[in-house]
Design a protein. Structure first.
Length: 476
C-alpha cells in the first residue's frame, strides 16, 4: 500500500510539472494581467474588434467617396483615326462647273477612284458625284466637365453615407462588448478552476492523513482492511479528478488567451482573485430604470438601420425631382491627308451649358420603388418594437438567473461548511469508537460533492453577473 501511495504522489508531481509546462511555456512573452488589462488587450488585438475598426475607416472613405460625387467631374479624351477608306458623300448633278472647279482646287478626291475631282463636271455624272470630305488622318484631344447643381438623390445619399459611418461605429462598439463578455467569462473560468484545485488539494491532504492513520490502526488490528480499501478508492478518485482539473485549467488559460487575441504560446498570469469579484451588487438599483434598453447597442443598431431605410425612402422619392448639372467641353481637332503634317494645324472647339433631366414617365417603376421602400421602413419599425420587448425579456431572465445564482451559491457555501462539520464529527466519533469507518467515508464523499457543487455554483453566479450587466447595457 505504501508503494501505491508513493506512485500516486509521483503522478501528482508529474501532473503539476505538466501543467507548469503548459501554463508557463518557455517564452520571452510573459504577461501578468488583471481582468481590466485583459479586456484592454483584447480591444487592441482581438480580430473581430480590429476588423470592426477597419470597417469604420472604410465608412469614412465611403463618406468621402459620396461627397466627391458633388464636386466637379473632369475627364480627358484622346483619339486617333487612320481612314483606310474614307467615307463618301454623293453630290447630285445640280453641282455646277464652278463648284467642281473649287473642289478640284482644294484637291478633294473621288472616294471611289482616289483621283482628284476634275475641274468641270465630267460626262455621265447625272446620278451624282461620289466625294470624300474626310481627311485620311484625324486626331482629337479634349476635356469635359460636369458639375451637379441640384440632385435630390445626391443630397440624400450624402446623409445616408454619414449614417452608414454611424452604423459602423456602433458595430465597433458591439464587437468590443462581445470581446469584453467573452474575456470576462474566460477569466472567471480560470479563477474558478484554480479554486477547484485548491479544494481538491485540501481534500487530498486531509484524506492522506486519514489514510496513514487507518493503515496504522489496521496494523494494530483496530480496523479491518476493507476500511483501508475504501479510503484508497476515494484517494484514487481525488487524484484523478485533480489531474483532469489541471488539464482543464491549462485549456481554460489557452481559451482566455484566444478570446484576448493573444498568441497561445505566450505566458499569462492573472492578478485578480475570486474575493476581488463583487457579486453583491444591488439589483434593485437597475430595476428603477425603465429606459435601460436605450443602453443596449443592439437597440442602437436597430435604430440606425431604421434611419437608413428612411433615407432610402427619401432617395427613392427624390427620383421624381428633376436634376440640373453644368456641363462644359473643350477640344482640339487635327486633320490632314499627310501623317507628318497632321499636328501642324489645330481646330479648337469649346462650349459650356446646362443639362436638365426631368423625369416624366417610367412605367410605374418609381411608384413601386417608393412602395417597396415604405414596406422596408415599416418592417424596421416592427423589428425595433419587437427588439425592445426582447431586450426587456432578456433583462428579466438575466435578473432571475442572477438572483437564483446568488441564492444557489450561498446555499452551496452553507452545504460546504456543513459537510466539513459532519466530516469532523464523524472522525471524532470514529476515533472514540462510537462511529464506523463507513460514516467517515460517506462524510468524505459528501464533502467532495459539496465542493463540486460549490465550484459549479460559483461559476454560474459569476457568469450570470456578466449576463446581467450585458442585458442591462452596463458593459460599454
Amino acid at each position: 500500500m505504501r508503494k501505491f501511495i508513493i506512485a500516486g504522489a509521483l503522478l501528482l508531481g508529474l501532473a503539476v510539472k505538466s501543467y507548469a509546462q503548459q501554463a508557463s511555456p518557455d517564452t520571452s512573452h510573459v504577461h501578468n494581467f488583471s481582468l481590466a488589462e485583459c479586456i484592454s488587450y483584447a480591444y487592441q488585438h482581438q480580430d473581430s474588434v480590429l476588423n470592426a475598426g477597419l470597417d469604420i475607416k472604410n465608412a469614412e472613405y465611403k463618406v468621402k467617396e459620396t461627397t466627391g460625387q458633388g464636386l466637379p467631374q473632369i475627364s480627358g479624351t484622346a483619339s486617333f483615326q487612320d481612314y483606310l477608306k474614307t467615307p463618301s458623300i454623293i453630290f447630285p448633278n445640280f453641282i455646277s462647273d464652278p463648284v467642281y472647279g473649287i473642289l478640284h482646287a482644294e484637291n478633294v478626291k473621288n472616294s471611289v477612284t482616289g483621283n482628284v475631282i476634275p475641274g468641270q463636271a465630267p460626262a455621265g455624272t447625272a446620278a451624282g458625284q461620289s466625294v470624300s470630305l474626310y481627311q485620311t488622318y484625324n486626331a482629337n484631344l479634349g476635356l469635359t466637365l460636369n458639375q451637379i447643381i441640384f440632385s435630390g438623390s445626391y443630397l440624400v445619399g450624402l446623409k445616408a453615407s454619414k449614417t452608414y459611418k454611424e452604423l459602423s461605429q456602433r458595430m465597433y462598439t458591439r464587437s468590443k462588448i462581445e470581446a469584453n463578455v467573452n474575456v470576462t467569462k474566460a477569466y472567471y473560468q480560470v479563477l474558478v478552476s484554480g479554486e477547484q484545485i485548491k479544494l481538491l488539494d485540501a481534500n487530498i491532504n486531509q484524506l492522506k492523513q486519514q489514510f496513514d492513520q487507518t493503515v496504522q490502526e489496521n496494523k494494530q488490528g483496530f480496523v479491518e482492511k476493507i476500511d483501508v480499501d475504501r479510503i484508497t478508492v476515494q484517494y484514487n478518485n481525488l487524484v484523478t479528478n485533480r489531474e483532469n482539473t489541471l488539464r482543464l485549467l491549462a485549456l481554460n488559460a489557452q481559451l482566455l488567451k484566444f478570446q484576448m487575441g493573444m498568441p497561445i504560446e505566450d505566458s499569462l498570469a492573472l492578478k485578480d482573485k475570486l474575493p476581488d469579484v463583487d457579486l453583491n451588487n444591488n439589483v434593485a438599483n437597475i430595476l428603477t430604470d425603465t429606459t435601460f434598453y436605450h443602453n443596449r447597442i443592439e437597440y442602437g443598431l436597430s435604430e440606425t438601420s431604421l434611419k437608413l431605410n428612411e433615407l432610402q425612402l427619401k432617395s427613392t422619392k427624390s427620383n421624381y425631382l428633376p436634376s440640373l448639372s453644368a456641363i462644359g467641353s473643350t477640344a482640339l481637332t487635327y486633320q490632314d491627308n499627310s501623317f507628318s503634317q497632321l499636328f501642324s494645324t489645330s481646330y479648337p472647339a469649346t462650349y459650356v451649358g446646362l443639362s436638365l433631366n426631368v423625369p416624366i414617365f417610367s412605367g410605374g417603376q418609381r411608384l413601386n420603388q417608393v412602395r417597396e421602400s415604405k414596406i422596408a421602413v415599416m418592417k424596421s419599425e416592427n423589428d425595433l418594437y419587437n427588439l425592445k420587448n426582447a431586450i426587456n425579456l432578456q433583462a428579466s431572465s438575466a435578473r432571475v438567473n442572477y438572483i437564483n445564482g446568488l441564492q444557489t451559491l450561498n446555499n452551496q457555501r452553507q452545504n460546504q461548511t456543513l459537510a466539513q462539520e459532519v466530516l469532523k464529527v464523524a472522525k471524532i466519533k470514529y476515533q472514540q469508537g462510537v462511529g464506523s469507518s463507513i460514516e467517515v467515508t460517506q462524510a468524505e464523499t459528501d464533502l467532495v460533492n459539496a465542493d463540486n457543487s460549490y465550484i459549479q455554483g460559483l461559476y454560474d453566479a459569476l457568469v450570470s453577473k456578466v449576463d446581467l450587466d450585458k442585458a442591462y447595457g452596463l458593459i460599454q
